[in-house]
Write a protein that binds this ligand. Structure first.
Ligand SMILES: *Cc1c(COP(=O)(O)O)cnc(C)c1O
Length: 420
């Protein structure tokens, strides 16, 4: 892609291009932050309005049965399952990623305590998303384990060989670098060393092909508001391999995870399978919006599904990285996301020791929305459902102008907001 005309030609030939019409995107915005908050599907306001006015307004309490609210967690879960290589009835939408991680990591630690009591290490990466590390830190303390953080992702398999790890807890695609782990290889290494795996799919579900069964993974969680376009604070999802799902009461043993919630018995009896990973009453409005978001990804199924989305995502990220390299040379930007396709998620991250924050702000002021991740990362997410090649071209053109003209010098671009 050497010219804007090349970009337009790629868009004209793109079989996935019609999928963009599913979304309501503001005019004048190039949105490269779908890895943080996916854009609004056009179906969502209509559907939420319908749930509010008809299902709630008219149906009232009856809608728990008549509109299927009571099985929404499973219905939406089954749709997400198709995107991550899980079977029907194995995955539910519920709570937040942080809360779901608490549930599955607790379960994994409890299983490990029974099967391999001498193992006392939770292994993760120092660059993992903070909430994953904070939840792990808390659970390590509760279970009398140590949380060990590794700096070099290539050293994980080697570290497992010491035979003291009970759970390997990783985020499949790193939120800062966009580096993607080989889930099947690391899961196999963990199992060979007697450890269980917990995978966080926050930057994977709807972004890259995931095959939880193919990888023989043990547990997974993921996020609803990023590539699944579920809306701000959308419910997250949780999966346990069927070989583990019935083994342990996850610790948040709420009534929605009971085998028969409406028997109102005083004692807890966990539901079979993944349903026990539910806790309380589902957020019906948020879950309805999430369903619309997941449907926008499933709409790619007739066009090749996640494999086709992945091919376009790689082409977008490659084009962006190459254009930045050729057109922004001399400004001190360093690419931190991997060059190799197999190791790259659906984002490109650049680092600059001094001006990462103001450059991102100057881009946002021009309608090119990426984000900044402390201390030095400019992060650009590429969502093949709605990002065009011409958006890649135009975003780099803006970046070139911001850098060449020193537009980032303006004082207003240096003031830190609460959310970066
Ligand atoms: C976005 C993200 C989360 C978000 O967790 P919440 O509970 O929704 O705040 C968790 N883990 C990773 C790896 C993420 O990227």
């Amino acid at each position: 892609m050497q010219t804007r005309e090349d970009a337009q030609a790629l868009d004209a030939a793109d079989p996935l291009a019609p999928l963009r019409a599913q979304f309501t995107l503001p005019d004048g915005v190039i949105y490269l932050d779908g890895n943080s908050l996916g854009v609004l599907p056009s179906a969502t306001p209509v559907r939420v309005q319908q749930v509010v006015a008809e299902e709630w307004g008219q149906g009232l309490i009856r809608s728990w049965n008549s509109a299927g609210w009571i099985t929404l967690a499973q219905r939406v879960g089954d749709k997400v399952a198709r995107l991550v290589g899980a079977g029907p009835g194995e995955l539910v939408a519920a709570d937040s990623t942080s809360v779901n991680l608490f549930k599955v990591l607790s379960a994994a630690l409890s299983i490990a305590k029974e099967d391999a009591p001498s193992r006392r290490v939770i292994l993760s990466e120092r660059s993992n998303f903070p909430t994953d590390l904070y939840i792990s830190e808390s659970l390590a303390a509760q279970h009398g384990c140590t949380l060990e953080l590794i700096d070099d992702p290539d050293a994980i398999a080697e570290r497992l060989n010491r035979q003291d790890v009970s759970v390997l807890m990783l985020t499949h695609v790193n939120y800062r670098t966009g580096r993607m782990h080989d889930m099947a290889a690391l899961t196999a290494a963990a199992h060979a060393a007697g450890a269980l795996t917990v995978w966080d799919l926050a930057h994977s579900a709807g972004a890259v092909p995931v095959d939880l069964h193919g990888a023989q993974a043990d547990f997974a969680v993921g996020c609803g508001y990023k590539y699944l376009n579920g809306g701000p604070g959308a419910p997250a999802f949780v999966w346990a391999h069927p070989r583990h799902a019935d083994r342990f009461w996850q610790p948040l043993s709420g009534w929605m995870g009971h085998a028969a919630p409406f028997e109102f018995t005083p004692d807890y009896r966990p539901a079979p399978g993944i349903a026990r990973y539910l806790c309380g009453t589902p957020a019906v409005l948020a879950m309805s919006a999430l369903e619309c978001g997941v449907d926008t990804v499933l709409a790619a199924e007739p066009m090749g599904g996640m494999a086709a989305l992945r091919a376009k995502s790689l082409a977008l990220t490659r084009a962006f990285a190459e254009l930045v390299q050729s057109r922004c040379a001399g400004h001190g930007l360093v690419r931190v996301s991997p060059d190799e396709d197999a190791q790259r998620g659906s984002q490109v991250c650049l680092a600059h020791p001094e001006i990462a924050y103001p450059v991102v702000q100057a881009l946002i002021a021009r309608g090119v929305i990426g984000d900044f991740r402390a201390p030095d990362i400019l992060r650009f997410g590429f969502t093949p459902l709605y990002t065009r090649f011409v958006d890649v071209w135009d975003a780099v053109e803006h970046l070139v102008q911001v850098l060449d003209r020193g537009a980032w010098h303006e004082a207003r671009f240096h003031q830190k907001a609460a959310v970066t």
